[in-house]
Every structure is written in structure tokens, then in C-alpha cells.
Design a protein around this ligand. Structure first.
Ligand code: ATP
Length: 369
């Protein structure tokens, strides 16, 4: 029996609610299996840790994660700590330290979810956004001088390397190749950004030759927002730079019904280091501690973790259960217009997993109490 070592890092805000919920669901899926289980180790890093220690995580924190098979992450963000400290001190430290250069964000309108696009059937919106996750606009290159003086200057330099662009575009073409439509849209802005984005376009053309069976097109990032809203069915796999994909994937999550549902994977495709799985939402301090957070984004992230671990059957089973739960409006949390709690949604998913293992039951048997 294989035991996967999983690090859990709830972080801040509702991360402290959805990550334990995700762990419960992973334990429930493991309980059905006689071939694998999990050994969890929890890390209390984040805003509270920063208040005590002056850092979001210990200096040697990456060493504690290095031997793990995967990381389940919640969120980093604290109303009393500047955002650039919470982001760079924890999440980006792990992503960059472990060279998790491919950020993968599937988007679908799950059963029972009412998306805001009125002319969009659920099957019209089935995307995977691939975000470059190691350089570009978030490379951290830049600086400030003359601080506090009228001549103060600040720069953020977008840095793109040939190696970095080649590997993310190759990853995206390969992913598109595995999907039924074999269709990739490369997001660019080479009309205005005339150096790095022009190189990005050139490399896209070069890598495309390796994948003759993948149809691909290019779209300017501004036009892409309109296309996502007006012609969602013309998109399938989408690849974009760090900043562009950051923005497009929040739009995608909103178009699929809620930020609370969307998952993401920060992958080291070469598997030199553990990869990290997290809901795309942030710490949502407005609802923290009330048991109102939608845990579905974390559950879907757990599905991606199972896929990454090679447990494809378990991943499919968990996704099917998640879809049965979203199909039931009595199990919708506040972000979806319902009144279910985090615990009720989690209980429903765990109960369905347990009952299916025991011979199966109907989703309607597990309504919110
Ligand atoms: P951060 O600064 O950490 O990114 P934020 O609070 O600015 O966090 P998000 O948490 O990403 O931004 O989300 C914005 C709003 O969406 C939240 O204030 C919350 O009301 C809602 N929201 C986000 N995630 C969830 C969720 N899982 N369940 C319910 N509502 C959510």
C-alpha cells in the first residue's frame, strides 16, 4: 500500500477552514482504497506566524516540504500585513523555490451552478488556463530609489527567458494535445509590448511545429476578455504570461459561477520538487471564521492532486461526487446564493464517498441538514 506524504498549509483567513475540509475529503477517498493512503503534516505558516516570528514561514521552510509528494495550500493574505509581504513571503516563495513553473487552472460550469453568461450553455465553457508561474511580470526584477522625494522612481521589469517561455509553451501544447479538441489559444500583447512578447510569439510558432496535431491561434489579452464572454466555446486550452493569466483566470472563475469553486495546480512538471494545489480564491477575511466558505475549490484542487499522484480513478470518483453535490442547490454556500455551510458541503462529499464505497446511494440522500 502506497502512502503519499502531503503537506497541508492552511495559511490565512478561510484557508484555515477549507484546507482541513480538503484533508477530510482526501481521507475519505483514501478510506475507499486498499492501494493508497495519506500521511499529512500540517504547517501553521502565514499571517499569525509572521506576527510571532517576523516571517511568513521559517527560513529553512522549503526543506521541511522537500520530501513531500504534494502540498495542499489554502491562502495567504492578512488585512494587517501588506499584500506583497504575504504573497512573496509564502506562496511565491514555495512556487519559485520549487520551480513550479506551470500553473494550471481548469474552468467549467459544474452541474447546478448558474453562471452569469446568459447565452452560454454549460458545455460551451470548458477551459484550462495555463499560467507561466516563474518569471515574466512577477519575476521580482525592479526596485525603488529616491524614496519619499519628488523624484522617487520605481520599476517592475517583466523578465522573460527563452528557456522559461519554451518550457511553458511546450507544456501548454502538450496539455492541449491530451484534450479532445486539441485546441490552444496563445495569449499575447505583442502589439504594445514589443520585446518580450514578440519573443513569446516567435517561440509559440517554433514550439507549434512540434505539435502538428494541435490547432492553435493567437489572441491579444484585451481581446481575449471579450472572447471569453462573447464566444466561450471557441476556447479550450489557453496559455498566457504570469500577469495576463492571473487576470484571465479570475475572469474565468467568475464566468463559471464563483471564485469559491475554482482550483489550481502549481506544477513542477519535471517532478524534481513537490507540486502545490490550492483554490484560486484568497483569504476572504469578510467571511472567515463563520463556516461559510465554499470548500469546492479546495476539493477540486484535491482532484488535481490525485491526478498528479497518478491516482486517476480516485480523481474521477471524487470529481463525480463533487458534481453530484454542486447539482444539489441545498448544498450551495452563500457565494452561490445558497445557505449551506462549509461543514455541510464537506459532510455531503464525505458521506457520498463512504456510501459509494459501501455500495452506492443517491445524491439526494445527503442533503444539507
Ligand atoms: P486575498 O487578499 O487573500 O486575495 P480577498 O479577500 O481580497 O483575498 P478573495 O478571497 O479571493 O479576495 O475573494 C473575494 C471575495 O469573494 C471574498 O471577499 C469573499 O466574499 C468571496 N469568496 C472568495 N472565496 C470564497 C469561498 N471559497 N467561499 C465563499 N466566498 C468566497
Amino acid at each position: 500500500m502506497k502512502t503519499y506524504r502531503i503537506a497541508t498549509i492552511p495559511g490565512d483567513g478561510i484557508g484555515k477552514e477549507v484546507v482541513p475540509a480538503g484533508q477530510r475529503v482526501l481521507e475519505a477517498i483514501a478510506a475507499r482504497s486498499n492501494t493508497f493512503g495519506f500521511a499529512f503534516e500540517n504547517f501553521d505558516w502565514g499571517g499569525d506566524y509572521y506576527r510571532q516570528h517576523g516571517a511568513m514561514m521559517p527560513a529553512d521552510g522549503l526543506d521541511a516540504l522537500r520530501d513531500k509528494d504534494a502540498i495542499l495550500f489554502g491562502s495567504a493574505g492578512d488585512p494587517h500585513i501588506p499584500d506583497h509581504i504575504t504573497l512573496w513571503g509564502l506562496r511565491l516563495k514555495i512556487c519559485q523555490g520549487f520551480d513550479q513553473y506551470a500553473n494550471v487552472r481548469p474552468t467549467r460550469i459544474l452541474p447546478g451552478i448558474d453562471g452569469p453568461l446568459k447565452r452560454c450553455a454549460p458545455q460551451d465553457l470548458d477551459w484550462v488556463i495555463v499560467r507561466e508561474n516563474s518569471e515574466g511580470e512577477y519575476a521580482g526584477v525592479g526596485g525603488r530609489a529616491h524614496q519619499g522625494h519628488p523624484i522617487e522612481v520605481a520599476t517592475d521589469v517583466s523578465m522573460m527567458t527563452r528557456a522559461g517561455v519554451e518550457r511553458i509553451l511546450r507544456f501548454a501544447f502538450r496539455l492541449a494535445q491530451t484534450r479532445p479538441r486539441k485546441l490552444l489559444t496563445v495569449i499575447t500583447k505583442s502589439n504594445a509590448q514589443r520585446h518580450a512578447m514578440v519573443m513569446w510569439d516567435e517561440i509559440a510558432l517554433q514550439i507549434s511545429q512540434e505539435f502538428p496535431d494541435v490547432r492553435w491561434d493567437k489572441e491579444l489579452v484585451d481581446a481575449a476578455t471579450a472572447r471569453m464572454v462573447n464566444r466561450p466555446a471557441t476556447l479550450d486550452t489557453i496559455v498566457a504570461t504570469n500577469l495576463h493569466a492571473d487576470i484571465l483566470s479570475d475572469l474565468a472563475a467568475a464566468l463559471a459561477g464563483s471564485l469559491g469553486i475554482a482550483p489550481t495546480a502549481n506544477l513542477d512538471p519535471e517532478r524534481r520538487y513537490p507540486s502545490m494545489f490550492e483554490p484560486i480564491h484568497g483569504s476572504a477575511f469578510d467571511i472567515m471564521g463563520k463556516g461559510l466558505a465554499n470548500p469546492v475549490g479546495t476539493f477540486w484542487s484535491a482532484v488535481m492532486m490525485l491526478e498528479h499522484l497518478g491516482e486517476d480513478a480516485a480523481a474521477r470518483q471524487l470529481m463525480a461526487v463533487i458534481e453530484r453535490v454542486t447539482a444539489d442547490p441545498s448544498l450551495h454556500t452563500g457565494d452561490l446564493g445558497g445557505s449551506a455551510t462549509t461543514a455541510q458541503v464537506t459532510d455531503a462529499v464525505c458521506a457520498l464517498l463512504a456510501s459509494e464505497a459501501a455500495g452506492g446511494t443517491a445524491a439526494t440522500d445527503v442533503k444539507a441538514a
